[in-house]
Design a protein around this ligand. Structure first.
Ligand SMILES: NC(=O)c1ccc[n+]([C@@H]2O[C@H](COP(=O)([O-])OP(=O)(O)OC[C@H]3O[C@@H](n4cnc5c(N)ncnc54)[C@H](O)[C@@H]3O)[C@@H](O)[C@H]2O)c1
Length: 152
């Protein structure tokens, strides 16, 4: 199962090439039908919805790549509530469904915007994570939810 993302074209292609059955869950707010592999099952759905949860519970994927997100730094500054809603509450909705569906692995696409110093040539996971935008903050918060969700 893959939620969202143009950057996922290659990932979905590769997974399908290797024989995986893929479902894409995306409301197409910034995505496009052309980005969806013809052999992938598309569910045009909002990640915060009850329906998205039901799809994950029904399909019971082994692995989920959670990429769907509000990705614009500018929009996160203009509409922090929307940004938090999609990136935090949407992630929690996906996590709850994954937990109930016994998904074996959840891969989350975070961002370098979680780190304070983006001027460095190389950013390490050990670097200081103090986001300078609400987008970075919502992604960092989602990371923390994921860590806590699967810590027990
Ligand atoms: N492109 C980059 O350089 C980059 C860098 C770091 C992290 N990321 C992360 O990679 C992921 C994909 O980013 P992208 O650059 O392909 O952006 P994108 O806008 O192409 O992908 C985001 C996808 O999420 C979908 N989406 C947005 N809100 C949704 C919602 N509420 N419910 C369901 N689907 C929703 C959009 O329709 C879109 O297909 C994001 O999580 C982003 O934070 C991207």
């Amino acid at each position: 199962m893959v939620t969202g993302g143009q950057v996922l074209l290659d990932l979905v292609d590769g997974l399908i090439h290797n024989g995986a059955k893929i479902h894409v869950l995306d409301n197409l707010i910034s995505g496009h039908l052309d980005y969806v592999h013809p052999l992938a099952g598309l569910h045009t759905e909002e990640i915060r919805s009850k329906e998205s949860k039901e799809i994950i519970l029904r399909e019971k994927p082994d692995v989920v790549f959670h990429m769907a997100a509000q990705v614009e730094v500018g929009r996160s500054v203009a509409e922090p509530e929307y940004d938090a809603n999609v990136n935090i509450n949407g992630t929690i909705n996906v996590l709850e469904a994954c937990s109930k569906a016994n998904v074996k692995k959840v891969n989350f696409s975070s961002t370098s915007a979680v780190y304070v110093d983006l001027q460095k040539d190389l950013i390490s996971e050990e670097d200081f994570a103090v986001p300078l935008s609400y987008y970075g903050l919502s992604k960092l918060t989602a990371e923390s939810y994921i860590r806590l969700f699967f810590s027990s």
